[in-house]
Design a protein around this ligand. Structure first.
Ligand code: PHE
Length: 450
C-alpha cells in the first residue's frame, strides 16, 4: 500500500474554526449544561462556569491548539514529535483512551435524541398523555433493542462523515451544520421568550444566589463542565489543529471557539428554562432526564406549537451531537492511521465499529438486559464518571503542564503569535499555576469529596 506523507488540511481558517466550534457545541451545551445548571442553582452556576471557561478553558484550549499544529500529527504523535522520548506522551494516550470511552456512551445518548426527533416527527411522542413522559422515556431506554438500534443509526452517520476525510467530510458538514444550528437556536429562543415562564426562567438563569459560591461542589461541576463543553482533555482539539495551516492565528481561533460555545450554552438555557418554568409542576433540577422527560411534558402542554418546537429542538440537538461525535471519532481514526499505517477508510471502519460495539453495554445498561452494576454504577454511568471526573481533567492537566513547563517557552509563544505580547506571559502563567491548581483541586474533590 502506498501511504503518502502529505497530511490532510482544512481548506480555510473559517472551516477550521467552524469544525472546532462544531466539536465544542454538542450535548454538553444543551443536555448536560441545562441539567447541571438546573441542579446547581442556575445563575450562580452560570457565573462560576463562565469564570472557569476564561481562567482555565481558554488557556488550555490554546495550549491544545498549539500542540496540535506544532506536532502535525495525531494526539500521541504530536506529543512525540514535540518532546520525543519524554513522558508527556501519556497525555496523548489518555486522550485517545478518553475520546474512545466518551464516544461509546455519547453515541448512546445521541441515539436517544435521534429517536425523540423521529418520535415527534411521526407522532409517536405526541399522544403519550400528560404525566406519562417519564414512563415513555424509561420504557424506551430500558428496551432490549431500540437503544442499540438508534445508537447504531447515529454512529453510522458519524462514520459516514469521517470516512470522507477532513475537507470533504468534517469541514463541509460543519459548514452546513453550524449556521443551521445558529438559526434554529435563535428561532427557538425567541419563541421561548414569549412563554409565560420567560420571566421566571430568565431570573433563574441570570439572578445568582450568592450562597452557591461557597459550595465546592458547584465549582467542581463548573470546571468539569468547562472541560467537557470545550472538548478539552481528549485530544479532539489537538487532532483538529494538526490539520491547520501555519498561517492561521491560533489565539483568535481559540477566542472565537470559546465565545461561540459559551453563547450557545447561554442561549440554549434561554430556550430551555422559560419552557421549564411555564408549567407549575416541573422543576429545573430533574437531572439528566431534563430534556427527555421534563421538556416533553412541557411540549405536550403547549399543544400543536409544542410538537413543532420539539421537532426543531431534537433536530438541533442531534446535529450538535453529530458534529461533536465526528471530532471524537477523528481522534482514534487519526491515531490508527499513523500507528498502523492504514488509510482513512480502513481506520474509520475499525475505530468506528470498535467504539460502537463498546457502546452497546452502555446502551443496554439503563433498564435493559445489561442493567447490572459495576462498582455500584450502571455501565454507562461508570464510563461517564471515569472519563468526566478522572481521565479528562488529568489529560487537561498534562497539556497545561506540558505547554507551561515542559515545552520550550519561546516555541510555545511563537506558535500562538504571542511572543511579545503581555497576553503570552499571562497565558503561560495560567497554564503553569492557575489551571493545574484548579484542575488538581477538582480531581481531589472528585476522589475524596462527597
Ligand atoms: N464538547 C462536546 C459537547 O459539549 C463534547 C465533546 C467532548 C466533543 C470531547 C468532543 C470531544 O457536547
Amino acid at each position: 500500500m502506498v501511504v503518502t506523507n502529505q497530511r490532510e488540511q482544512f481548506a480555510t481558517k473559517l472551516g477550521f474554526i467552524l469544525a472546532a466550534v462544531g466539536s465544542a457545541v454538542g450535548l454538553g451545551n444543551i443536555w448536560r449544561f441545562s441539567y447541571v445548571a438546573g441542579e446547581s442553582g442556575g445563575a450562580a452556576f452560570l457565573l462560576i462556569y463562565v469564570l472557569c471557561i476564561f481562567l482555565i478553558g481558554l488557556p488550555v484550549l490554546l495550549a491544545e491548539f498549539s500542540v496540535g499544529r506544532r506536532g502535525q500529527s495525531d494526539v500521541v504523535g504530536s506529543y512525540n514529535n514535540i518532546a520525543p522520548g519524554k513522558p508527556w506522551v501519556i497525555g496523548g494516550i489518555l486522550g485517545v483512551l478518553t475520546s474512545f470511552l466518551i464516544l461509546s456512551f455519547y453515541g448512546v445518548i445521541a441515539g436517544w435524541v435521534v429517536y425523540y426527533f423521529f418520535a415527534y416527527l411521526t407522532g409517536q411522542a405526541t399522544g403519550v398523555g400528560e404525566g406519562n413522559y417519564a414512563d415513555f422515556f424509561v420504557t424506551f431506554i430500558g428496551g432490549a433493542a431500540a437503544p442499540v438500534v438508534w445508537q447504531v443509526i447515529f454512529m453510522a452517520l458519524v462514520l459516514g462523515i469521517v470516512f470522507f476525510g477532513v475537507k470533504k467530510g468534517i469541514e463541509l458538514s460543519n459548514k452546513i451544520f453550524m449556521p443551521l444550528l445558529a438559526i434554529i437556536l435563535i428561532f427557538l429562543a425567541v419563541y421561548s421568550l414569549t412563554l409565560d415562564g420567560a420571566g421566571e426562567g430568565l431570573a433563574f438563569l441570570f439572578t445568582p444566589d450568592w450562597s452557591a459560591f461557597a459550595e465546592p461542589g458547584v465549582w467542581s461541576s463548573a470546571v468539569g463542565q468547562a472541560f467537557f463543553t470545550l472538548s478539552l482533555g481528549m485530544g479532539a482539539m489537538i487532532t483538529y489543529s494538526s490539520y491547520l495551516s501555519r498561517e492561521a492565528n491560533l489565539t483568535t481561533a481559540a477566542g472565537s471557539v470559546v465565545t461561540l460555545d459559551t453563547l450557545f450554552a447561554i442561549v440554549a438555557g434561554i430556550v430551555i428554562f422559560p419552557a421549564v418554568f411555564t408549567f407549575a409542576n416541573v422543576e429545573p433540577d430533574a437531572g439528566p432526564g431534563l430534556i427527555f422527560i421534563v421538556l416533553p411534558e412541557v411540549f405536550n402542554q403547549m399543544g400543536g406549537a409544542g410538537t413543532i418546537f420539539a421537532i426543531f429542538f431534537f433536530f438541533l440537538v442531534a446535529i450538535a451531537a453529530l458534529s461533536s461525535a465526528i471530532s471524537l471519532l477523528e481522534v482514534s481514526v487519526s491515531y490508527v492511521m499513523r500507528q498502523l499505517n492504514w488509510n482513512r477508510r480502513k481506520a474509520t471502519l475499525l475505530a468506528g465499529i470498535a467504539v460502537t460495539v463498546f457502546g452497546i453495554p452502555s446502551a443496554l445498561s439503563q433498564g435493559g438486559p445489561l442493567t447490572f452494576e459495576f462498582f455500584g454504577l450502571p455501565f454507562l454511568d461508570l464510563i461517564d464518571t471515569i472519563t468526566d471526573q478522572y481521565t479528562l481533567p488529568l489529560a487537561g492537566m498534562i497539556v497545561a503542564l506540558f505547554v507551561g513547563w515542559g515545552w520550550n517557552q519561546v516555541d510555545a509563544l511563537k506558535e500562538t503569535g504571542l511572543t511579545n505580547s503581555p497576553f503570552g506571559v499571562l497565558w503561560l502563567w495560567m497554564l503553569r499555576i492557575v489551571a493545574p491548581i484548579g484542575i488538581a483541586w477538582i480531581l481531589f474533590q472528585n476522589i475524596f469529596g462527597a
